[in-house]
Design a protein around this ligand. Structure first.
Ligand SMILES: *Cc1c(COP(=O)(O)O)cnc(C)c1O
Length: 385
């Protein structure tokens, strides 16, 4: 089976991890801060906090922004469940904004309309999580203007997008958001096995996220409510978690980071090749905004079903049966049984549903060979023709 995504582990990565294994620190040593500084410098953010997953990063980001009971978090229905669940973790309510038919990212027009309505009903969200689906950046400038107008905090879920650029700057610089999140799961652009990161330019948010990722405990006397009892003293000032990244993971991440640009460039080469090899098939190919440089985590096609004799499901299953490890990113969250308790109807977000009825993610990863790609194209051509 040709998988839809796959990590690339080289000898340099293995050596970096082994070096840590035989060092003094397996956790809470020098590699995590080194990885954080390297990513912050690479993308142009002031602070970076490494954690054990992007899911944890989303959680501490929401907590740091003060999300809680009685608040609303909005996101897109076309994303992984973690982008929405972080709101529920904080006791907030979650709602969605439909997607743009061209980019499949959150629709700026739908957002504008929904904010206007929510403003008049006095139920504006505290936090908006925008997702750079497939690595393609959202229209951050427009989103930031709306967020400022209505006093909404913005988190960029850039789990798909490290190495991508928005208006010529690396995603993660938080120019148009409060916090940006990366994921280092093995299918994503670079990996630490499990792992994630939260980036921000705010000292205050960085301090809060730092507390939440490690039990809410501080050793900094200035952050304590009383004089330390002695040099051993630490104080719990928040209810935090253990969301720390290990030294092994950070060493792997640092080693992978060296190849970030190379990986994204290779993804672009392969995507261009798909674009030309698939151009005559009854498919809608991914649209790339001319101002942006996608991280290209995913290459999502949509079937033009009126021109295909098989159904979406038949095409998907036939590809799988023939060794093409396609996937579907994502089942719109509002249709998940868990989210049904909140009263969503499938038709609440028609663009998301229309996307869901046609989308298929084709295999795309930096070590994919042209012959593997040719096999995908050959099988797909047969299935849809
Ligand atoms: C992968 C992913 C996450 C969660 O990442 P983990 O590191 O596995 O917790 C969150 N949001 C999106 C959009 C993702 O693709």
């Amino acid at each position: 089976m040709i998988p839809y995504g796959k990590q690339d582990i080289q000898q340099k990565d293995i050596d970096a991890v082994i070096e840590v294994l035989t060092s003094d620190f397996l956790t809470q040593g020098p590699k995590v801060p080194a990885f954080e500084s390297a990513v912050a410098e690479k993308v142009g953010a002031k602070h970076a906090l490494a954690v054990n997953s992007a899911t944890s990063a989303l959680h501490i980001a929401c907590l740091a922004l003060g999300l809680g009971k009685g608040d609303w978090l909005w996101t897109t229905p076309v994303t992984f469940v973690a982008s929405a669940n972080c709101g529920l973790y904080c006791g907030a309510q979650v709602d969605f904004v439909d997607v743009d038919p061209k980019t499949y990212n959150i629709s700026v027009n739908a957002l504008k309309d929904k904010l206007e309505k929510a403003s008049s009903e006095k139920r504006l969200p505290k936090v908006l999580v925008v997702v750079h689906l497939c690595g393609q950046p959202c229209q951050m400038q427009e989103i930031k203007l709306l967020a400022d107008e209505y006093g909404v905090k913005v988190i960029e879920d850039a789990s798909h997008a490290i190495g991508g650029k928005y208006q010529h700057d690396y995603i993660g610089n938080c120019k148009y958001s409060d916090i940006t999140i990366f994921s280092f799961h093995p299918v994503k652009i670079i990996t630490t096995a499990e792992g994630g990161m939260a980036l921000t330019n705010s000292n205050e948010l960085a301090n809060k996220m730092n507390l939440f990722r490690s039990h809410g405990i501080t050793r900094d006397p200035d952050s304590m409510t009383q004089e330390p009892d002695g040099s051993w003293y630490y104080q719990q000032v928040e209810l935090g978690f253990n969301y720390r990244m290990t030294e092994l993971q950070a060493a792997l991440g640092l080693s992978q980071l060296d190849r970030l640009d190379e990986y994204v460039a290779r993804r672009h080469e392969l995507a261009k090749r798909y674009d030309s090899l698939l151009s005559t098939l009854p498919l809608t190919l991914p649209w790339q905004h001319p101002d942006s440089y996608s991280g290209l985590h995913l290459y999502v096609i949509r079937l033009n079903l009126s021109q295909v004799s098989a159904t979406h499901r038949e095409v998907f299953e036939s590809l799988r049966e023939q060794g093409i490890g396609v996937n579907l990113h994502y089942i719109p969250i509002h249709t998940q049984p868990y989210y049904q308790q909140f009263g969503f109807k499938a038709e609440d977000f028609p663009e998301a549903m229309s996307y869901y009825g046609e989308a298929i993610s084709l295999p795309l990863f930096p070590t994919m060979s042209e012959s593997e790609q040719d096999k995908v194209v050959k099988v797909l051509t047969k299935v849809v023709s």
